[in-house]
Design a protein around this ligand. Structure first.
Ligand code: SF4
Length: 357
């Protein structure tokens, strides 16, 4: 592990106060900071913000709070409804764990989140980051919250040369030096805002930063070199054929198996996503007259997908007959197509293919 050179404690105390003053004047006005600090709201926002931008997550957060204002109401929601309302937010395993966690909170904790980091860590979907964030922000506990933003500030502040992810232990040690019971909940939020508005990944505004006097990366004139990252391996590419079957004013969809990618979500029927393109003769789909309508790209975390769209138009009556022959299939009104995960929703833009020719 990289050895960090600890900063003088008096310097830390004075700069910590300066960051909190900056936060009081410049902190972002975020939906989940309005009203009381309630563990359910903090948790919901943290789960939604994993791998998603604030702008993208905010309407989902507002919608979930409107539909399910308490963890108890969320726990009693139907799985399919949660998945449908989550559609578009990505990383669907999080939605499944969200529901699982709400049910554990109701079953094992009387509908109240535990206020202790260790107990929070035992809940489904809680990793060290979420447990620390909820303990600090909702319960004011002095927890060491380290997300990608705080990681960026710490690697710059201490000029940590070790590459991520190996540097995570050193980053945690650096961040721990700043944790204090004083405004424990504001501190991680202040750092996240500072990272988002000032210590940006590209072109950080060091001239406006309350930490500049102690920041080694700034003093060396190379803030953007941190955090040091290992070269990423190129994403592998996979290929698939998706069957876009329009039955009257509905589309044929399938309920995906609970386990695996996009588990439990609705999706369009498709071939296996494999590492070489499909030849027409290899494709086994429903016995319908298909037209090749085009292809599109979609990028998952671990692979990029090229998906060819095979389009068939049938009547509503034929659609009913078709779904009777497939247990997991159903008809989704075209008006509700937004409830499909993005990788399938993209195929719907080919629905007008042929109608304009
Ligand atoms: Fe980031 Fe610059 Fe502030 Fe250092 S001085 S923490 S690099 S914004």
């Amino acid at each position: 592990m990289a050895v960090i050179i600890r900063k003088d404690e008096a310097v830390v105390a004075s700069l910590r106060a300066a960051v909190l003053r900056w936060y009081d004047g410049h902190g972002r006005d975020l939906a989940w900071r309005k009203g009381e600090r309630d563990a359910y709201r903090v948790w919901l926002s943290e789960v939604m913000l994993q791998q998603t931008t604030v702008a993208h997550a905010t309407p989902y957060y507002d919608k979930f709070l409107r539909l399910w204002p308490t963890v108890g109401e969320l726990a009693s929601a139907e799985d399919g409804r949660i998945m449908a309302e989550w559609a578009g937010l990505g990383y669907y395993a999080r939605a499944r764990r969200l529901l699982e966690c709400a049910r554990v909170v109701v079953r094992d904790h009387g509908g109240v989140f535990p206020d202790d980091e260790a107990a929070l860590l035992g809940l489904p979907g809680f990793g060290p980051y979420t447990a620390a964030a909820v303990a600090a922000i909702a319960f004011g506990k002095a927890a060491n919250v380290v997300d990608g933003n705080i990681e960026r500030i710490m690697t710059r502040l201490y000029a940590i040369e070790e590459a991520l992810p190996a540097a995570k232990a050193a980053v945690r040690e650096a961040a721990a030096q700043w944790v204090s019971a004083d405004r424990a909940g504001d501190w991680p939020q202040a750092l996240m805002d500072l990272a988002s508005l000032v210590c940006r990944p590209k072109a950080p505004l060091c001239g406006e930063c309350p930490l500049a006097t102690a920041c080694l990366a700034f003093q060396r004139g190379e803030p953007e070199r941190f955090p040091v990252k290992l070269e990423k391996a190129a994403r592998p590419r996979r290929h698939g054929v998706v069957f876009l079957i329009i039955a009257g004013d509905a589309v044929v969809v399938e309920r995906r198996p609970d386990k695996g990618l996009l588990g439990g979500m609705l999706g369009l029927p498709h071939t296996e996503w494999r590492d070489r393109p499909w030849k027409d003769a290899e494709v086994r789909g429903p016995d319908l007259e298909f037209t090749k309508a085009g292809r599109y790209e979609h990028v998952f975390t671990h692979f990029a997908l090229t998906q060819e769209v095979w389009l068939a138009r049938i009547s509503g009556v034929q659609g009913q007959a078709l779904i009777r022959t497939h247990n997991d299939w159903q008809l989704l009104p075209l008006a509700d197509q937004r409830s499909l995960p993005t990788v399938f929703h993209k195929a719907l833009k080919f629905e007008t293919y042929g109608s304009l020719i």
